[in-house]
Design a protein around this ligand. Structure first.
Ligand code: PHE
Length: 340
């Protein structure tokens, strides 16, 4: 029996040495240590041993069985440790690796320009007011001194929603709404979308304007020029000058068109200013006394100035954009250039 145990032990060690995987280890357990296994089977042979030797042999078998069990556990534990190590290695996270970038969106160039304009004017004490994009004829035209059948209505190609309702053609109805809502002194900006049936490289059927309105005692054209001087310097640079040219709007008298000296060529004449040295940027003037009256403001006590700036125009000049359509196409290659 002792010889048998010894042989089995050698055989078992050899088998255990060959074990590579969990499955093989399980097979080993089945072959040697399960109920039907050969180590367990030794006990069954105890009956063949002479009675007086049985206690000693039984002890030997038991020892061997414990030993075999212990060896099996050792190998199993080593295998599990190795598995864990492999898993730790494969699941390792390199904390020094740069993180995946999440691309952040940017503000739209119109929004950037609008914010910048509001910033400049709020430094002069302007508040922001917004009116509706769908307007009635009264606010968009009549109370701005553009009565029905007035030829000045042809200055803007209007989208009519019904006979009396339009998509606002300018932000000037904001002037009426502000004067209806509050008494002078007034100093407001009205930014927003406006609509005209017009479309080419520099015109879009929808675009943005920013209206300015100041109503107080003793407001003159000098105040308008002073404010706009300051505005263009902040937007286009300190060396840029303004020039007022006489113009016509039904709601201002006198009316002016404001040019800035060309910041590309410094006034010598180039393709941007079409050789003139000046670039037109906005319209404005002294609020017509009829408009003040239409809003219950006494023109003998108060006077006002107003201006309307095309936001796209400012952005196009500022960033050197030659097609207004680019603003509305949402092409990321275009939009990504305006990181602020
Ligand atoms: N509303 C005019 C336009 O859209 C601009 C303007 C505003 C002119 C205020 C004078 C005063 O062309």
């Amino acid at each position: 029996m002792e010889a048998k145990i010894k042989a089995l032990r050698e055989q078992m060690e050899e088998a255990l040495g060959r074990v590579q995987s969990k499955a093989e280890l399980d097979a080993f357990w089945q072959a040697y240590l399960s109920k039907k296994g050969s180590v367990t089977g030794l006990m069954k042979e105890l009956g063949n041993v002479p009675k007086e030797d049985r206690p000693a042999v039984g002890k030997l078998i038991n020892e061997f069985k414990n030993y075999a069990e212990q060896r099996y556990q050792e190998v199993r534990q080593k295998m599990e440790e190795k598995d864990l190590e492999l898993r730790n290695q494969s699941e390792q996270v390199d904390i020094t690796m740069p993180a995946k970038k999440r691309p952040a969106g940017t503000l739209h160039p119109i929004t950037i320009t609008k914010n910048e304009m509001i910033d400049v004017f709020s430094g002069m004490g302007f508040e922001v007011f917004e009116g509706p994009e769908i307007e009635d004829d009264d606010h968009n035209f009549s109370r701005l001194n553009v009565p029905k059948n007035h030829p000045a209505r042809d200055m803007q190609d209007t989208f009519y929603l019904s006979e009396d309702i339009v998509l606002r053609t300018h932000t000037s109805p904001g002037q009426i709404r502000v004067m209806d809502a509050k008494k002078p002194p007034i100093k407001v900006l009205v930014p927003g979308r406006v609509f005209r049936s017009d479309s080419d490289a520099t015109h879009s059927p929808m675009f943005y304007q920013m209206e300015g309105l100041v109503v107080d005692k003793h407001i003159t054209l000098c105040d308008l020029q002073g404010m706009l001087d300051e505005f263009v310097k902040k937007i286009f640079g300190d060396s840029v000058k303004t020039r007022l040219r006489p113009s016509y709007f039904p709601f201002t008298e006198p009316s002016v068109e404001v040019d800035v000296s060309c910041f590309a060529c410094g006034g010598e004449g180039c393709s941007l200013c079409k050789g003139t040295g000046w670039i037109e940027v906005l319209g404005g003037g002294i609020v017509h006394h009829k408009v003040l009256e239409n809003c219950g403001v006494d023109p003998n006590v108060y006077s006002g100035l107003a201006f309307g700036i095309g936001i796209e125009r400012i952005a196009m000049l500022k960033y050197g954009i030659n097609n207004i359509g680019l603003f509305y196409e949402n092409d990321l290659r275009f939009l990504k250039q305006f990181q602020n």
